[in-house]
Design a protein around this ligand. Structure first.
Ligand SMILES: [Zn+2]
Length: 390
């Protein structure tokens, strides 16, 4: 399997990989995806990719750092219930804790570890120690300032963007998870300094229910939230086509100085979400499209509920960043048996139909017009003209 052609550009790329055994252990025990962090790391290690990156030990986020986004009362509550893993505290429901975001002992330490790891990645970029920084155990894009949501207790993506903003005027957030990056969009909906772009499944009853093409940001942030709703069954080629058309406009209108990309792998064929029909090759092409801009870039994980496929995807993406080609055969390692029956790195698309017909192409056109309008429209009225009359 060819990760990508080697080029001078990729071999010169300095990559920081956020890792420590303690961090992986914390993520393994407490997240909704048990042992996933270990599986991902072990596969990256087994393919011999670690010596090509600087391995950076993450620090833990302080309460004050998490309070840059989250409210004190939410953090204090999370801290309180974390001590004995109290899942029945009557106040918890107000903070989104319970059903979807169960409380277990040590949940606060997990949140602080994930937040700290993404902050560490952002600091490596700010200190110019690397060009690309990777935290596969991060990317918890649903958490709100005072509410846990969709397995996310702390929004490390928001914390990472805020950190990058300390030195960069304009930061671009790109979210290719199956789900809408609602927590991040909401956090920056009122600013023109952070543009959020999310490609996701949008369908009645599908979590989190937001991310319609018409949702474009508020106040000063109007037109700085870009949503590309998609239907089930999308495959690599069409996704890449949509992605590149949008990103070309985004880049020319917004001119970002740094990028944070959430690469949730629940879009993969074979994921229990059973929605999109992607392979790592398609996501890697989208990633390379962004890396070509040669901006400081922070990469995060996110969803991904077929654990072996998620490890396949993120290992392939790590190799892509490094310009390395990986052998098709999964190397022998601790989790080898999880990769049966074919023990191969590739993921084959399933034969489900692609529901992204002409209607979706119109949606895309709509998005592109919105972005084109951003340059020209100085008022909402002008924007409407761009959208509906042209
Ligand atoms: Zn997701």
């Amino acid at each position: 399997m060819s990760a990508r052609e080697h080029s001078d550009e990729s071999s010169k790329r300095r990559v920081a990989y956020i890792y420590s055994p303690e961090y992986i252990e914390t993520c393994d025990t407490l997240s909704k995806v048990p042992n996933r962090a270990s599986m991902v790391h072990s596969l990256i290690e087994a393919y011999g990719l670690l010596p090509h990156m600087s391995v950076v030990k993450p620090r833990v986020a302080t309460m004050e750092e998490m309070a840059m986004f989250h409210t004190d009362s939410y953090l204090e509550h999370l801290h309180k219930i974390s001590q004995d893993g109290d899942n029945d505290d009557p106040q918890s429901a107000d903070y989104g804790l319970g059903y979807d975001c169960p409380v277990v002992e040590g949940i606060f330490d997990y949140a602080a570890a994930v937040g700290g790891a993404t902050l560490t990645a952002a600091e490596c970029l700010l200190d110019q120690k690397c060009d690309v920084a990777i935290n596969w155990a991060g990317g918890w894009h649903h958490a709100k300032k005072d509410e846990a949501s969709g397995f996310c207790y702390v929004n490390d993506a928001v914390l990472g963007i805020l950190k990058l903003r300390e030195k960069h005027e304009r930061v671009l957030y790109v979210d290719v998870d199956l789900h809408h990056g609602d927590g991040v969009e909401e956090a920056f909906s009122f600013t023109s300094k952070v543009m959020t772009v999310s490609l996701h499944k949008f369908s009645p009853g599908f979590f989190p229910g937001t991310g319609d093409v018409c949702d474009t940001g508020l106040g000063k942030g109007r037109w700085y939230a870009v949503n590309i709703p998609l239907e089930d069954g999308i495959q690599d080629d069409r996704y890449f086509q949509v992605f590149t058309s949008v990103m070309q406009e985004v880049r020319s209108q917004f001119n970002p100085e740094a990028v944070l990309m959430q690469l949730g792998a629940d879009t993969m064929a074979g994921d229990p979400m059973c929605s999109f029909n992607m392979t790592p090759v398609g996501v890697a092409k989208c990633l390379l499209n962004v890396l070509q801009w040669q901006l400081p870039t922070l990469l995060l994980g996110g969803g991904g509920y077929n654990l072996a496929n998620t490890a396949r995807c993120w290992t392939f993406l790590t190799a892509t960043v490094l310009g390395k080609t990986l052998s098709s055969e999964i190397p022998d390692h601790e989790f080898f048996t999880e990769y049966g029956p074919d023990y191969s790195l590739e993921i084959s698309p399933s034969c489900r139909p692609d529901r992204n017909d002409r209607v979706r192409c119109l949606t895309l056109k709509h998005t592109l017009l919105l972005l084109a309008g951003l340059a020209k429209a100085s008022s909402v009225t002008q924007m409407r003209r761009v959208l509906y009359i042209r």
